[in-house]
Design a protein around this ligand. Structure first.
Ligand SMILES: Cc1cc2nc3c(=O)[nH]c(=O)nc-3n(C[C@H](O)[C@H](O)[C@H](O)COP(=O)(O)O)c2cc1C
Length: 246
């Protein structure tokens, strides 16, 4: 770790300005052949003061057997990863987002896994399965339908709340998006970016009287295979189960 840190410091005498030998990656990941699920326009169903959310935010690991609705999911996806302003840049039009990103590279992709509760599906109107959040069009793309409760729990070192939550957010990084601009130093920025997004999620769920917990303990390869990413150019970096709480 010390070696990595030292080798990626900015130094007045030695600044590396060149771009690495990689193609500029697309800003938006797409699943062109997937079924799409349009999401309702994001609006908070229960606005609270930021100060209240800051005072109440906590990690919750037990959830009620109660599903969440699509309006709520839509708002949480937008609050975490969504676009809040369109601007013209030298690369064309880009959507700035609710969370900052070093160099506006936006390396983080958001997936959700919809679980089954005792008598209902975790998100009203959706089937069980893995979905990708299409940031550009604020819609979900079906990646793999099915029941992932067991493999998800196992991949997260048996943390049962990954299987009992109605919905689990999974954040990946597409490393080249940031590496393209910042080379190896970009690795630092990717996790800072993810932290901003996940804090948005933490505050947004607190505001909606939901609970969740950030999870950094998981078997990387198992998580990557659940959501079907390669683990090399794109890899899981954070998991966040969410549910209704008492
Ligand atoms: C990067 C990171 C990774 C974490 N990983 C886990 C985890 O794998 N399992 C878990 O139960 N909690 C995990 N947590 C939650 C912490 O245990 C929790 O934030 C901490 O105990 C403080 O409690 P609070 O969030 O309620 O304030 C993680 C938190 C962070 C920031």
């Amino acid at each position: 770790m010390e070696k990595y840190h030292k080798s990626t410091v900015y130094d007045r005498c030695k600044m590396n300005g060149s771009s690495p030998d990689i193609l500029k990656p697309d800003l938006y990941k797409k699943y062109p052949n997937s079924d799409k699920v349009p999401l309702p326009k994001p609006k908070s169903t229960n606005p609270v003061l930021l100060d209240d959310a800051l005072r109440k935010r906590r990690s919750f690991r037990e959830y009620l057997q109660k599903s969440i609705d699509l309006d709520t999911l839509s708002y949480l996806l937008w609050a975490t990863s969504g676009i809040n302003k369109l601007i013209q840049s030298s690369w064309g039009e880009i959507g700035l987002r609710t969370a900052p990103s070093a160099g506006a590279c936006y390396p983080i992709e958001t997936y959700i896994i919809v679980n089954k509760l005792k008598n209902q599906i975790g998100v009203k109107g959706l089937d069980m399965g893995v979905y990708h959040y299409d940031v550009e069009y604020h819609q979900l793309e079906v990646v793999i339908p099915g029941d992932f409760r067991e493999p998800l729990m196992k991949a997260c070192l048996e943390q049962h709340y990954c299987g009992t939550a109605p919905v689990v957010f999974i954040f990946t990084a597409i490393f080249n998006r940031t590496k393209y601009k910042y080379e190896d130093r970009g690795y630092r920025y990717i996790f800072l970016d993810a932290g901003h997004q996940v804090q948005n999620l933490a505050l947004a769920i607190t505001g909606l009287h939901l609970g969740g917990v950030p999870i950094g303990a998981f078997y990387d390869d198992e998580m990557n295979s659940i959501i079907a990413v390669d683990g090399i150019f794109e890899s899981t970096i954070y998991v966040y189960p969410i549910g209704c709480i008492k």
